[in-house]
Design a protein around this ligand. Structure first.
Ligand code: COA
Length: 708
């Protein structure tokens, strides 16, 4: 991974900033930047730069950035695209440490050459580039609003990194309306130099930023991002909202930023592997951000629902299942805790139903009892407007209980009803208390609280290593390359399997019939036979495969039949021989794969064979390398996992061998840069302790220009 510049603080805490292209014209971006910096009360020194000189909003204007005599950390560049290169040259001469290039008209519209020229000059002259094509930066630590968005920002503890400039600018206004305090807002634009990984690394260390939210359209240099995210998510919640879930959306995202929106399924699995919490919508992300920074970390998994309506309670329980919130189920303890509050016709099984006749005072008692019980770790207090429910009184109680227990345990509220209830919600919201009109919204927030709790608690784990014979793999690959192939033949793929220590069926290639008979007897019946030819890829389609051969006579017949079929169907094909191999015992068929992902680099894949992968798409991915826990979790999270555990009297299968096979396959891909795809299909997995066999493996090579 590229070593990061420790001076990223000069971007977020600059002592002096220049605006190159500061304009006297109030309609121009160069004016808006100066105006926002002045209005925001920036604590450093501002140097507007414009060849005309003069003053803008009372601040003296420099005719050239090189005339700036004070300390200058960051230059904001807002001149037309064809002037940016010269402007960056001047910034370098003025010893600026960062150039934030607002200007559009570079790689996002195909003008990559000019962008590369600018970045390469900047790199050679010790200046880092943010953008081009960004809206600027807001940073609360020095009260810097160097953006051309709205001028009012509420300082606080949420850091926002966005790939979309428009969403970033809109976020400035939206966070203000939602009363969300922000520590930083920054867009990465074309990411010609500074990437999300650079920004995240800084924001992870930044004390003012307690929650990080990212809006992502596509990932470049994802390996760096994975490394940084793994650390970041242990320290603070990282929330991601990614567009491009749908096929249509992915196409739009790809053309929008000029970067490829990777397959959403891979993205989803990999960011979860890193501990990132993914929001479904911008509003959900904002709701989480608003409250996460100030919500206590739960001390355990026992959440409890208090409700005055059975229906609302069940809905909340459903939502808990959806968002991974576990309900406390010690009925004896729950009965003891709530015995004074629940009427005989209520329920002390979680959800705690204090019934429709409950008053605000009953809620107070129930909340108090739940909050005092150390075995209850989080509370969802939900209510319908029924009977004697006094929304105004409820608001007062919720405020008091929340204030008392805010630092101790997470509490969320959800109310459903008419005008009184809506004004109660508005009142509680004003106090920054997590209250929602829908139990699903409330529970989704609680789910985010628990996701972060589990991230903090998850073990760091050690990266799993596999010993593979890389030079043996390379010589197989070199031979295929020498023949101009971008795929390996079956026996070559088997050679790679052996080099990686993965079991394959015993097999030998016979050049003559008597050899075939001898090999079949050595291997032991039943055997299978397959044609070996570079010119025949789909052997079974043309009768090049025979299975379950039980004796010598069947071997003789099959040998002749295979040769005849191949000669008839592929007259010109060169036939190297007939492979005689062991008929593999039955077990659970799985698929293990690895490939180079355009966003994340090496990734590994797992699924169960047949319909599970092909039809149900029941697969999981991880960025490689992985820890043992990560490899195990990718096996256990597929829906068909139960088949490996043994169902209907079947024995448990050798899951450990599946795990080591995933690591071996990933290691081959990682160490042999020529290989782009490996797929073992099927990897037949036997009973626990009996291992697994790679029956067939398909290996593709990168086109030579892609190979690293
Ligand atoms: N140093 C300093 N100032 C310079 C300069 C230099 N080398 N060369 C020109 N200027 C001044 C100009 O004189 C002008 O000031 P004036 O209005 O006082 O005359 C100012 O810089 C701006 O130049 P101008 O030619 O008027 O450009 P513009 O304001 O119309 O457009 C951009 C400049 C950067 C705003 C425009 O090119 C652009 O890229 N807009 C899109 C920005 C965007 O959307 N970014 C992505 C957001 S997510």
């Amino acid at each position: 991974m590229r070593s990061r510049d420790p001076s990223m603080r000069y971007l977020f805490q600059p002592r002096g900033v220049a605006v190159v292209g500061a304009s006297h014209n109030e309609t121009k971006i160069g004016y808006r930047l100066v105006q926002n910096i002045v209005a925001g009360g920036y604590t450093g020194v501002l140097y507007p730069v414009n060849p005309k000189g003069g003053e803008i909003l009372g601040v003296p204007v420099y005719k050239s950035i090189e005339e700036v005599d004070g300390v200058l950390d960051t230059a904001y560049v807002a001149v037309p695209a064809d002037m940016v290169f010269d402007a960056v040259k001047s910034c370098a001469r003025a010893k600026a440490k960062f150039a934030v290039i607002i200007t559009s008209g570079f790689s996002e519209v195909g003008n990559s050459a000019e962008e590369k020229r600018i970045v390469s000059y900047a790199r050679d002259h010790g200046i880092r580039v943010v953008g081009p094509n960004v809206f600027g930066i807001y940073s609360s630590s020095v009260s810097l609003n160097a953006t051309f968005g709205p001028s009012e920002v509420k300082p606080g503890s949420v850091a926002i990194v966005t790939q979309s400039g428009a969403i970033g600018v809109a976020m400035i206004g939206k966070t203000k309306v939602e009363n969300i305090g922000v520590s930083a807002i920054i867009s990465v634009g074309n990411k010609s130099d500074v990437t999300e990984a650079d920004l995240l690394e800084y924001l992870t260390r930044d004390r003012e930023s307690k929650v990080i939210m990212m809006y992502i359209e596509g990932i470049k240099a994802g390996q760096d991002l994975v490394t940084v995210l793994r650390t970041a998510t242990r320290k603070k919640p990282v929330i991601v909202i990614k567009s491009g879930r749908s096929k249509r959306g992915a196409q739009a995202a790809a053309s929008h930023t000029g970067s490829l929106a990777g397959e959403d399924r891979v993205f989803d699995d990999v960011i979860r592997q890193c501990g990132v919490i993914r929001a479904e919508s911008l509003q959900e992300a904002l709701d989480w951000c608003k409250f996460l920074a100030d919500t206590a970390t739960p001390k355990g998994e026992n959440a409890t629902i208090i409700t005055n309506g059975g229906g609302l309670g069940v809905l909340t329980a459903d939502a808990c299942e959806k968002y991974g919130v576990r309900l406390y189920d010690d009925v004896q303890d729950l009965k003891k805790t709530f015995s004074q509050i629940i009427p005989s016709f209520g329920s002390a099984k979680n959800p705690i139903d204090i019934t429709g006749q409950a008053t605000a005072e009953d809620y107070d008692h129930a909340l108090g009892a739940a909050l005092r019980n150390p075995r209850i770790h989080a509370v969802a207090c939900v209510g319908c407007q029924v009977g004697d429910f006094d929304a105004r009184r409820f608001t007062e109680i919720a405020e008091r209980r929340y204030a008392d227990y805010k630092p101790v345990k997470p509490i969320v509220f959800s109310l459903f009803g008419g005008a009184d209830v809506e004004s109660s919600i508005a009142g509680l919201k004003k106090q920054d208390i997590p209250v929602f009109s829908d139990v699903y919204e409330a529970t989704s927030f609680l789910g985010a609280v628990y996701a972060h709790y589990r991230n903090k608690a998850r073990s760091t784990g050690t990266i799993e290593r596999a010993d593979i014979d890389a030079s043996r793999v390379q010589s197989v690959v070199d031979k295929a390359r020498a023949e101009g192939r971008v795929f390996l033949l079956a026996h070559e793929a088997q050679e790679v399997m052996l080099a990686a220590g993965i079991s394959i069926p015993r097999s030998r290639i016979a050049r003559k019939l008597d050899q075939a008979i001898r090999y079949a007897e050595q291997i032991g019946y039943p055997v299978a036979m397959k044609v070996v030819s570079k010119d025949i890829l789909h052997k079974s389609d043309i009768g090049g495969v025979a299975l379950d051969l039980d004796d010598k006579d069947e071997v003789i017949d099959a040998y002749e039949a295979i040769l005849q079929n191949c000669r008839a169907q592929r007259p010109g094909a060169r036939i190297e021989g007939i492979e005689v191999c062991e008929m593999v015992e039955t077990g659970v068929e799985t698929i293990v794969g690895a490939r180079r992902d355009p966003s994340f680099g090496p990734i590994v894949m797992f699924g169960l064979g047949g319909i599970y992968v092909e039809v149900l798409k029941d697969i999981s991915f991880r960025a490689f390398p992985v820890t043992r826990e990560e490899a195990m979790s990718m096996i256990s999270e597929v829906h068909s996992y139960a088949l490996l555990l043994g169902v209907r009297g079947a024995n448990k299968k050798d899951i450990d061998t599946v795990e080591t096979t995933i690591v071996k396959v990933g290691t081959v891909l990682q160490q042999c840069k020529d290989i782009s795809d490996i797929e073992i299909n099927p990897l037949v997995v036997y009973d626990y302790g009996q291992g697994a066999t790679a029956v067939d493996a398909r290996i593709l090579l990168s086109r030579s220009e892609e190979a690293a």
